[in-house]
Design a protein around this ligand. Sequence first.
Ligand code: MG
Length: 456
Amino acid sequence: MLNRRSFLTASAALPTALHAAPRKPNIILIYADDLGYGDLGCYGGNIATPHLNRMAREGMRFTNFLSANPVCSPSRAALLTGRYPTRAGVPRVLFPQDQTGLPNAEITIAQMLKPLGYKTMCVGKWHLGHLPAFLPTARGFDEYFGIPYSNDMNPPVVLHATPDKVETVEERATLETLTPRYTERALRFIQANKDAPFFLDMPHTDPHSPHAAAPRFKAKSPQGIYGDVVQELDWSVGEILAALKQHGLEKDTLVLFSSDNGPWFLGSPGHLRGRKGTTYEGGVREPFLARMPGKIPAGKVCHAVASTMDILPTLAALCGATMANPVDGIDIWPLLTGRQADLDRQPLLYFDNLYVQCVRKGKYKLHIARYNSAVYSPPPASGRVNLPLPAPELYDLSQDPDESYDIAPENPQIVKELRAHIERLIEGFPEPIRNAHASTFARQTTGSTAAHPRAR
Ligand code: MG
């Protein structure tokens, strides 16, 4: 019979695999707010972003990564549920006066990972409901620190929450010190949980307007305050990467970086047409970097179409978690490991608010509807409405990435096929979304034909 000493000696000689199951990977999801596709150095931008550039060099960079919506709340709902926000119950931006949030029937990444023993924290802008029943701590997170909505919504309150308690840290956020405080909280969480699998969700408040940088970053960038803020964001990413190295966690941790939607008044969409609040690519195509040394090949660029909705199913497969709800995304681990250059997937729909406006399949994108005014601009006297285009617009994004040359008249069969995909897919959405689509096409194209000469 083994005594304690001999048992320990004998067990020390056993192969590691017999001791314990392999460690689950840590997940860090860094999500900027209103960052442009063309802002980062690794995407051809002019702002100095050495740490994000290093992430791209040491991992994979995507060139066709799409947010599921061009504004804040819906894009976050898609990210955390793997589902279209029009399916997940958050089709529009939430405001401080809203008494609602992400519906309880939706399962977040944190809720999915918790049963596997993950420690979970959300630091930053939540924007999926600010009342206690909708905060991150009610949705699978052990702890939350941040402004629960946008920094231009009054008052931009800073909360700290656990499942038992919500406390107000600041009635009005000191925006200048927000990113350093987010970073400090994140580093503390990593250190405290370095021996357990963890999920750190870090949706930054920046570079959403109004912009404010810490003194050490202020007036340092030739790109003005927006550049200062992005450089500070880049610094924060560098701190996270340094902490992983310090704790020996680099190979155990998948770090993902992206943004919720395109740039607003400041910031660059690169060569892409459109900005935040539009379903042109500039509104929804985002930087996406993924780093996990030893698993994700270094310095690779992936051109396959991918979506924020792919994150949850990818993490489910990677971590061995069970998905409770049907998802619209797919597992893109075969792309991330470089095993495959592209994956079969359903055509992707582009929604703005309740309305489907475009569809993407491979290199083709078809536009069928558009708002009659820009988001957050004074609406026309008739009100801001989603209108059918006088004629659908077709773009070949492989030849025309900035959506400048409508080739619909030359390709009626492709237009017909893509249009049929929209009608087929929309049938699977909740009734309000189907009705919104039907109501759009019951409207006249009043006043918009001037912008579409082919429809005359
Ligand atoms: Mg945003």
